[in-house]
Design a protein around this ligand. Structure first.
Ligand code: AMP
Ligand code: GLY
Length: 442
């Protein structure tokens, strides 16, 4: 099987590493890819263009003579790349434009959840600032304000006061801070609880739950500071018990997969549910239409099986391969550029990569680097995702931080509390509900 991965970040590097282990993959390509992916066995394509242009995806797939395209990020999915590829007869892992709305429009996702009885925060949608302001002032507690469209994780303000919520609505609706993505806003009640990401592979009406993961979105320890794309992650999540996972499956994942199919959306890809586990049970904060970044960096290495087979089955329909997970856990610590998620410098030399990767169980995924001769240089806000697997989460955490400490670049910043809450727990009984098998709600 000839496989093309679309994207260039840490998640896509993890996809390349996972797919390169599959005996079924005879040739692996990445577009636009990264120097680290090309070091690790992916080949570049000559096609040039923007990843957000379906014509680019098509040109890259043709050049790679791809039997399967795996789309990493959300933007090409929202732009219709998967539709263009499937129309051209290329099996594609990633939903079409219709399914990608679940992430690309928070207003659409809210309506979808309402139609299918999926538990989520109470919300209203506004495109007029005056009406939004009046609504915010009428809320008993300061609400959460979200840009409707794709805003790279930066379009959400969890306001501490009504004034802050009004300011957030003003900046999106009146000042156009998020461009077209913020012409509408979703204003919703603030939920209290702990966050977890539960991802599933979806293929038409069937779904397969993946091991849960927790992401750490805020830039500083203790969840302080602005939100980022994600500063680290771990999997499994011992504090989510079997009964809660069973509720997530029954109340959220299963009705979402069935709802998409019932609405005529032939969804083939990842359905990512960002959840708040509240005192009343799990509630959806957001759906995404692709693997999380950095959740992928802890979920992908934990499969005791063949990702290429799983993703190809999901892409072509009629999936059957079950998911088995390696015992133990994985922890990923993101090393970011100083100043991220604000402005930061790039082109700074990185040292210690080889020593870090030589440690047992450690893989360093590259999120934003480039190679110049024999040197690796920083090239993004999130630079590296240092991931370690081990027999316990506690050991994985120690390994990840020991390796992270070996890597040096000017301004390097990482959180020191990734997976701290997971403690020393060995592992959880993962997904006891559907027994790691493809399930169809009928
Ligand atoms: P989202 O992109 O919608 O997942 O929001 C980004 C982050 O904002 C989430 O990971 C939560 O930490 C926070 N958040 C979003 N919606 C809510 C909510 N209704 N209540 C509390 N926190 C929220
Ligand atoms: N880690 C959060 C996301 O990928 O959306």
């Amino acid at each position: 099987m000839r496989v093309l991965v679309l994207g260039s970040g840490g998640r896509e590097h993890a996809l390349v590493r996972a797919l390169s282990r599959s005996p079924a993959v005879s040739a692996l390509y990445a577009a636009p890819g990264s120097d680290a992916m090309f070091r690790d066995g992916a080949r570049p394509v000559g096609a040039a263009g923007s990843l957000d242009d379906p014509a680019y995806a098509l040109a890259a797939a043709r050049e790679a003579r791809a039997d399967l395209v795996v789309v990493g990020p959300e933007a090409p999915l929202a732009a219709g790349s998967a539709d263009a590829l499937r129309q051209a007869g290329v099996a594609t892992f990633g939903p079409g434009m219709d399914g990608a709305r679940i992430e690309a429009s928070k207003a659409w996702a809210k309506e979808f959840m309402a139609r299918h009885g999926i538990p989520t925060a109470e919300a209203r949608v506004f495109d007029d600032f005056g009406a939004a302001q009046r609504y915010i002032r009428s809320c008993p507690q300061p609400p959460v304000v979200k840009a409707d469209g794709l805003a790279q994780g930066k379009g959400v303000v969890v306001a501490c006061s009504h004034d802050e919520a009004v300011e957030a609505a003003h900046s999106a609706l009146a000042r156009g801070a998020f461009g077209a993505a913020g012409r509408r806003v979703v204003i919703e009640e603030r939920l209290v609880g702990r966050e977890v990401s539960v991802l599933a592979l979806v293929s038409g009406p069937r779904y397969l739950l993946l091991a849960p993961a927790q992401d750490h979105k805020a830039v500083f320890d203790g969840d302080r500071g602005p939100n980022t794309g994600g500063m680290g992650a771990y999997s499994p999540v011992p504090w989510v018990d079997a009964a809660t996972l069973a509720r997530v499956e029954r109340e959220i994942i299963a009705p979402a997969a069935a709802g998409l199919a019932a609405e005529g959306i032939d969804y083939r890809g990842v359905l990512y549910a960002g959840l708040m586990i509240t005192a009343q049970g799990p509630r959806v904060l957001e759906f995404n239409c692709r693997f999380g970044d950095p959740e992928a960096q802890v979920i992908l290495p934990r499969l005791d099986g063949d990702w290429a087979a799983l993703l190809a089955e999901a892409a072509t329909g009629n999936p059957s391969t079950p998911a088995r997970w390696l015992p133990g856990g994985a922890v990923c610590v993101v090393l970011a550029s100083g100043g991220y998620p604000g402005s930061y410098r790039t082109g700074l030399p990185i040292d210690g990569l080889e020593q870090a990767e030589a440690r047992p169980g450690v893989t360093v995924y590259h999120a934003g680097t480039r190679r110049e001769g024999s040197r690796w240089l920083t090239a993004g806000g999130r630079v590296l995702a240092v991931t370690a697997t081990a027999a316990t989460l506690g050991e994985a955490r120690r390994r990840a931080y020991e390796s992270a400490d070996l890597i040096r670049f000017e301004g390097k910043h990482c959180r020191t509390d990734i997976a701290a809450a997971a403690g020393e727990a060995a592992q959880q009984e993962i997904i006891p509900t559907s027994a790691n098998r493809w399930t169809c709600l009928e």
